[in-house]
Design a protein around this ligand. Structure first.
Ligand code: ATP
Ligand code: MG
Length: 343
């Protein structure tokens, strides 16, 4: 192998040297597998028919200037987006064509756009209601004190919804800010669970849901952020109460156990399960639970004042703790959310 071949193979991207005759002279092994190249001197047009790439190569060859373009490779497994860098070597050797995989960046951009669209949508609904109510109060219901009371109540509910959304969005961004800093303080999970139960106890009583826990038993300490872990269990308990209270004698229970060797973490772990005997979640929707704004039953969640951000926040907090969330659900029987924290 020549020194040039070694240099080509050391490049991080699939790369081809295209001569003035528009044939592929040399290529690295990444390009070989990307285009399934058999030998050299293949016409560029035979391995890709993208007009914008062919045109950019042509311009670069003729004018000896750098060109950049996009190339989408379509395979049975799916699409991959590349940024193509075309740089002239010299008029005899031709041009170097390098393919930078920008699929991950494109995906991130798409997620960002979706997020902004979702937030706008979530804010628009209560705002539309409030504008409608204001117009009614200024117009047809101007002199009707009874209507005033009803409409002001509606406005208060919608304003509350917006406030909760903003609070959850801020919580999400705060968690993302510290995502890479693993907590270094030893905390007591029993105290975390006790505090979380304290938050929801009254609402559980009002809803007629029985809450039990075996968390009283002393547990080994974990490295954690006490406040964030309380946030995790408050959300799981609230969810169990709101969405899991389908049965006649609704019950939510917490079960803490030590796992000697967690098969995913490869170390001992603490497993804290929050279970209910509710309607459960269809299996195909379980993987989507931690997506931002995802709700199984949109109507029910909105009625309960849910933003659909709770489990996304839970996921981020647990990632920060190097732990995870396991969900097991049987439709008609109930759901268990298991928080796994490394010991
Ligand atoms: N225990 C459960 N049983 C059945 N469905 C559940 C349960 N927990 C969560 N879900 C479903 O998952 C969805 C997402 O939950 P998540 O906590 O992320 O959002 P939310 O409760 O709607 O809003 P938020 O927590 O932000 O107030 C819920 O809307 C609900 O449809
Ligand atoms: Mg929730």
């Amino acid at each position: 192998m020549t020194e040039f071949n070694h240099i080509l193979n050391a490049l991080p991207w699939p790369s081809l040297l295209v001569g003035p005759d528009l044939r592929v002279g040399k290529f690295n092994s990444a390009a070989q597998s990307m285009f399934e190249l058999a030998g050299s001197k293949t016409l560029l047009v035979n391995i890709m028919r993208h007009p914008n790439v062919l045109q950019a190569v042509d311009v670069s060859l003729n004018a000896q200037i750098e060109q950049k373009t996009r190339y989408v490779q379509r395979k049975i497994e799916g699409e991959t987006v590349f940024k193509v860098h075309i740089s002239p070597v010299d008029p005899i050797a031709g041009v170097m064509v390098c393919f930078e995989n920008i699929q991950a960046a494109e995906l991130l951009n798409q997620q960002r756009r979706d997020f902004v669209a979702n937030v706008s949508h979530e804010l628009r609904s209560p705002l539309t209601v409030m504008i409608g109510v204001l117009e009614t109060l200024q117009g047809p219901a101007k002199a009707d004190p009874l209507a005033h009371e009803t409409f002001l109540g509606i406005m208060a509910t919608e304003a509350d919804r917006m406030q909760i959304l903003i609070k959850d969005l801020l919580a999400l961004s705060q968690v993302e800010d510290v995502q890479r800093q693993r907590p270094q303080t030893e905390i007591c999970i029993t105290a975390v669970i006790k505090q979380a139960c304290g938050h929801v106890e009254q609402a559980m009583q009002v809803a007629g849901v029985q809450l039990t826990s075996n968390a009283g038993v002393a547990q080994p300490p974990v490295l954690g952020d006490h406040t964030q872990l309380v946030q995790v269990f408050v959300n799981l308990l609230e969810n169990a109460m709101v969405y899991g209270a389908g049965s006649q004698r609704p019950r939510v229970w917490i079960d803490v156990e030590i796992v000697e060797f967690d098969l995913e973490l490869h170390i001992p772990a603490l497993r804290i399960c929050v279970s209910d005997k509710g309607p459960g979640i269809p299996a195909h929707l379980v993987p989507r639970l931690t997506e931002r704004f995802f709700r199984v039953d949109e109507h029910r969640s909105l009625n309960a004042g849910g933003t659909g951000l709770g489990l996304a926040i839970v996921k981020h907090i647990l990632q920060r703790h190097h732990g995870r969330l396991d969900v097991s659900s049987v439709e008609g029987s109930g759901t268990t959310f298991a928080v796994v924290l490394p010991l």
